[in-house]
Design a protein around this ligand. Structure first.
Ligand SMILES: [Ca+2]
Ligand SMILES: [Ca+2]
Ligand SMILES: [Ca+2]
Ligand SMILES: [Ca+2]
Length: 471
């Protein structure tokens, strides 16, 4: 059962599920997956073209005693934060990435998973999802909010301005985090933090208000997944979609069933179609559902003004969506852009669920590629207009060409998108990408983690990504 396997992914061991047949091509035995647990960090600088990881202009090698580099987030306009949860570290790289040296770090406690998630838009927020509350309550999880000030990196978690801890074993609070603007209307920036393990993996997202003295997630307002296995909060973002001047929470639940019936039967819900909820200060603003079984809509989310009309737009990955073969386990994936203006229009006419229409579609082309597992927004070609960056970590487009090889790929599409040309729907295929990065070896999983930051000050963002390597 594919759905069951993927539903346990983020909270249980990712390594379990990706100890795939591809592994047997280069290693054997029970430790096969572990041999790919390292990661290197690489940067590709902006010119159009096709790249492989070895083309990277900056490179940090993973260290065998530290484990996998996992979370990436820009730090200001010229730095990159890298979370290494197995080593309980968050490291800052500025332009020094090119020299292989860091500009500082924050250390968590051994075994707490500090650095599994990081977000840096308004404050520095770091998740530590395997923090336990004594021996009987493992992985309740914790979220730290630091006053964002680069020179203070080098301190410990004791310098956090706010700390909130989960209360239920295996909730894994902090598996995903988002540093937002003001959501609740008091003028202070707020934080979203997901506990995807809550409710037997239904997932829960809490709002940590700026200035709050709450230390327990049980005391915070939040949103819950509909049923066990939805994984609400697997992806998070924030922007103002209803125009009230306050940020709204954008919450992906990639394994949610559609809320209403689909197809001619109308009663049957699409299983694992995925959903994205937009939640405002006073309640749900909109919910978008996938329209296909196992589409995994909401696997990745990002926001930005991608059509240039001044309103934030929503980019959503549906990394399980069937786009190549009719087989239900195709897992090719697609990514959907919903313009903010279009969402307001559709909301005004009462549309919701799988009837919400996108304004641009990006379609993957690789069976099991999981195109859209990660999505990001940034100006890669330096023309001042935001571009779309899409990761397909399961892709087998690299040197092996074998389905399941997971060499991985990243695609960059040049903006603007949709809406500017008379509102025509904007369809883009993989061949339309202006920049591609393809893994060169089995199981390199390019696109698994990605971020944009202008580390060399050129005005164009580098594409920053991890690769898995054998030690
Ligand atoms: Ca606030
Ligand atoms: Ca709002
Ligand atoms: Ca827009
Ligand atoms: Ca651009």
């Amino acid at each position: 059962m594919k759905v069951a396997v993927w539903k346990i992914l983020p909270v249980a061991s990712i390594l379990t599920a990706i100890a795939s047949p591809a592994c047997t091509q280069t290693c054997t035995g029970a430790t096969c997956a572990d041999r790919y647990s390292l990661a290197d960090l690489r940067a590709v600088t902006g010119g159009p073209g096709s790249y492989v990881p070895a083309d990277a202009t900056g490179h940090i090698a993973g260290q065998s005693d530290q484990g996998r580099l996992r979370a990436l987030a820009p730090a200001g306009t010229d730095g990159l934060l890298v979370g290494i949860p197995d080593a309980s570290k968050l490291i800052l790289y500025g332009a020094a990435l090119y020299l292989g040296t860091s500009d500082g770090e924050i250390d968590g406690e051994p075994g707490d998973g500090f650095g599994a998630a990081v977000s840096s838009q308004t404050q520095l927020v770091v998740g530590a999802p395997t923090v336990g509350n004594g021996p009987t309550l493992p992985s309740v999880g914790r979220v730290y909010v630091f006053p964002y000030d680069r020179p203070t990196l080098g301190s410990g978690t004791g310098d956090a301005a706010q700390t909130v801890t989960g209360t239920v074993a295996a909730d894994a609070l902090g598996e995903t985090v988002a540093a937002c603007g003001d959501v609740d209307g008091d003028g202070l920036p707020d934080v979203l933090a997901a506990a995807p393990g809550a409710g037997s993996l239904a997932g829960r997202v809490v709002l940590l208000p700026g200035g709050s003295t709450a230390t327990s997630a049980a005391d915070l307002r939040g949103w819950d997944g509909d049923v066990a296995g939805d994984l609400l909060g697997h992806a998070l973002a924030c922007a103002d979609f209803d125009g009230d001047g306050l940020d709204d929470a954008v919450i992906g639940a990639p394994y949610a069933d559609s809320r209403s019936g689909v197809g001619t039967g109308a009663a049957r819900k699409a299983a694992g179609a995925g959903s994205v909820r937009i939640e405002g200060k006073d309640g749900e603003i909109l919910r978008i559902d996938g329209s296909q079984d196992d589409a995994y809509l909401g696997a990745g989310v990002a926001v930005g003004d991608l059509d240039g009309d001044g309103l934030p737009d929503l980019l959503v990955g549906a990394s399980g969506r069937v786009t190549v073969n009719a087989a239900s386990d195709d897992l090719t994936g697609s990514v959907h852009l919903f313009s903010g203006a279009s969402l307001r229009d559709q909301r005004a006419t009462g549309l919701t669920g799988d009837r919400i229409k996108d304004t641009a579609t990006f379609t993957g082309d690789n069976t099991r590629g999981r195109f859209g597992d990660t999505v990001a927004v940034g100006d890669v070609d330096g023309d001042g207009i935001l571009d779309v960056i899409i990761g397909a970590p399961g892709s087998n487009t690299g040197s092996t060409g074998n389905v399941g090889a997971q060499t991985g790929a990243i695609y960059v599409y040049k903006g603007p998108f949709g809406g500017l040309q008379g509102g025509l729907h904007d369809d883009r295929v993989v061949g339309d990408a202006i920049l591609t990065i393809e893994g060169a070896r089995v199981y390199q999983r390019v696109g698994e983690s990605l971020a944009l930051a202008d580390l060399d000050g050129s005005g164009a963002s580098e594409v920053l990504f991890t690769t898995r390597e054998q030690p």
